[in-house]
Ligand binder design. Structure first.
Ligand SMILES: [Mg+2]
Length: 236
């Protein structure tokens, strides 16, 4: 196995010669700085609710996430407000989420990378979350207009199998910031080319198993280096 080192990024040198390529790309902390968005939400909640109640809201958030394994802000708001018994609660908190400018949170060169990846194959958003807030995030950020499709699930790992069937005969590439998600995918579907993007708070997780993935890059903009000869992994 040949490892080509540059910065913290590497590839195992696999040549993917297939004619058809489909690239599934994650949104949160891959194309969009979701840590920054969450910080903005935290500040707005403190402004509207005060420190104590904002903490209470995040308790609801954590509990919801724990039992549903999902971040679903519309439902979290609903649950929190049901407890508060205030008519205006839903409206006030929903407004915070409606006013987020997702386009300001795109990582540098995120759109350029999508345009470049489209020259290599089909590019499909592969994300998880609720169907209202997460979809709005994809559309309002502008990402939706630069991809060939959007796949949005509550738990995306459960859908990798059906996607591999749908794209039988294609070389499948998955780009994602969570290494544990990629490792699970690689374990079940070794033929998938897994690219880890070390951005956001998951990037601090112990990465000793990096070598099981096909490529690791420091930032999404590094994918522009795909046209470099040494990273000619997706050329047709
Ligand atoms: Mg992510």
């Amino acid at each position: 196995m040949v490892h080509i080192q540059y910065s913290n990024c590497y590839t195992n040198g696999k040549e993917l010669m297939e004619k058809r390529v489909v690239i599934f790309i994650d949104v949160d902390n891959t194309l969009l700085n979701n840590d920054h968005i969450k910080d903005e939400i935290k500040k707005s909640l403190i402004r509207v609710l005060g420190n104590k109640e904002a903490n209470h809201f995040w308790q609801h958030h954590e509990e919801f996430r724990e039992y549903k394994k999902l971040v679903d802000f519309p439902n979290i708001i609903h649950e929190y407000c049901a407890e508060k018994h205030k008519n205006t609660c839903d409206l006030t908190l929903s407004r915070i989420f409606e006013n987020i400018e997702f386009s300001h949170a795109l990582y540098p060169k995120a759109i350029e990378v999508l345009k470049y990846l489209k020259t290599l194959g089909k590019v499909v958003i592969f994300t998880e979350g609720d169907s209202i807030y997460q979809r709005r995030k994809i559309e309002q950020s502008g990402l939706a207009s630069f991809v060939d499709g959007i796949t949005l699930y509550e738990h995306k790992l459960e859908h990798v199998g059906e996607l591999t069937k749908k794209y039988e005969g294609y070389k499948i590439v998955i780009i994602e910031d969570k290494s544990d998600t990629l490792l699970k995918i690689k374990e079940q579907f070794p033929a998938i080319f897994a690219i880890e993007v070390c951005q956001g708070h998951y990037a601090t997780i112990d990465h000793k198993e990096h070598s099981k993935l096909d490529m690791t890059v420091d930032s999404i903009s590094d994918l522009m280096n795909f046209n470099d000869k040494r990273l000619n992994i997706l050329s047709l």
